[in-house]
Design a protein around this ligand. Structure first.
Ligand code: SF4
Length: 402
């Protein structure tokens, strides 16, 4: 159970979402080691009365088995004495997110619906390409930001994902691809994008801690250059993300005028376009070899004119941003108030940006048939109608009295 002592507010701004920290015992009293840093692993062992020197040694071994070898059973840990396995099993567990459903698209994209122990659903998507494989990772259950073109934005925020639930998505993908032990070469899972459900900078510490585990060269060992964090523009957290995580930055820009961006990315009312672009210019480590990606969803008659394209070029030049623009054809979902721009419009927009020397590829939508494409993630439980949820709740209440 979470108590006031193990809940921390999100740092520095806005969103008072409680964040479970460090190790909290599960309902069976055991501590989940997934998502713990080496220091936390050691502390978990010491808390269980293991002598200090032993705890230091065992923490190192456990860390290696968890993050480099993908072990989920203590009995597989051959360099830890057999007599110690039951001791570990009684006190600890190495979890994975529970898989509710796994779907494969006709184009090879895979989507997993995952469920936490407290019955919260979230999703992750794996997108294979000829020369790479990208895992799109969620950071929250739901989202507070309500971007009007995004299906996830129609969900309420339920809670932040913990480091275990975030790194657990990567571990699960590795399990599924058979990529243990961690190899430096020849992997299918080569890239990670924090672009699934949620705004990662509203769950800063958990995302940071999870990505540190993902980047550790002795464990999962994904280079920071192969990880991209996408934000809708939480300006006050961007400098901190650069300093403490240091991965590639993507920004959901989607519009170049205040009026339109205020509508489609409501966070713009708080942090405007110019403020956002200045924060991008200040983001450390960007250069022509490491550009900032600007995501731009193409919405018919909303943000797709030639004037919009020219304004985009002007803004990127004004802030001297080493930029790449990803043009995303809108993926409609039931009840969406927008349509996708025509292919001709997208082409014209793209050529204006390309003409100015800025790369502006049009992204091929992936996994549309399984609702895995950009902006389509919304968990099945949230898709149930209010009436259906009410019926289920009533049935549960009835059965409780039988
Ligand atoms: S685009 Fe991202 S930030 Fe906006 S509502 Fe969707 S998930 Fe949230």
């Amino acid at each position: 159970m979470q108590t006031a002592a193990n809940l921390m507010p999100i740092p520095g701004h806005i969103d008072p979402v409680p964040v479970p920290r460090s190790f909290v015992p599960r309902s069976d009293g055991r501590i989940d080691l997934l998502g713990l840093s080496l220091a936390d692993l050691r502390m978990a062992l010491e808390t269980s009365q293991l002598e200090e020197k032993q705890a230091k040694l065992r923490a190192k071994q456990l860390w290696h088995w968890i993050y480099n070898r993908g072990a989920i059973e203590f009995s597989a840990m051959t360099d830890i004495s057999k007599t110690m396995h039951p001791w570990l099993e009684q006190r600890f567990v190495i979890s994975r997110p529970n898989v509710v459903e796994a779907q494969v698209s006709t184009d090879g994209t895979r989507k997993w619906l995952l469920r936490s122990d407290d019955k919260q659903d979230y999703e992750m998507v794996f997108i294979p390409d000829a020369d790479r494989g990208t895992l799109c990772v969620s950071s929250q259950v739901g989202c507070t930001l309500n971007c009007t073109f995004c299906h996830t934005g129609t969900m309420r925020l339920v809670r932040n994902l913990t480091p275990a639930e975030i790194v657990g998505q990567v571990m699960l993908a590795r399990d599924s691809l058979g990529e243990w032990p961690s190899q430096p070469e020849g992997r299918m899972l080569t890239n990670i994008v924090m672009m699934g459900m949620g705004e990662p900078l509203y769950n800063f510490e958990n995302v940071r801690d999870a990505l540190k585990l993902v980047m550790d060269g002795a464990g999962l060992a994904l280079s920071r250059r192969r990880i991209t964090l996408s934000t809708s523009g939480v300006v006050p957290m961007m400098a901190r993300a650069g300093a403490e995580i240091g991965v590639n930055l993507a920004v959901s820009l989607h519009a170049v005028t205040k009026e339109v961006r205020d509508e489609i990315v409501p966070l713009n009312r708080k942090y405007g376009i110019e403020e956002l672009l200045q924060a991008c210019a200040d983001y450390p480590g960007t250069n022509n070899a490491r550009r900032i990606t600007f995501e731009y969803v193409m919405l018919k008659d909303k943000n797709d004119s030639d004037d919009d394209a020219r304004e985009l070029v002007r803004l990127l030049r004004k802030y001297e941003l080493p930029a790449k623009v990803n043009l995303i054809p809108f993926n409609p979902w039931p009840g969406a108030q927008y349509e996708c721009s025509t292919p001709e419009r997208i082409k014209s927009f793209s050529s204006i940006v390309f003409g100015a020397g800025i790369s502006a590829p049009v992204r091929t939508p992936r996994g549309r048939d399984i609702d895995a494409a950009c902006g389509q993630l919304k968990t099945a439980s949230e898709k149930k109608s209010r009436a259906q949820l009410d019926r289920e709740a009533a049935a549960e209440t009835d059965s409780a009295f039988v």
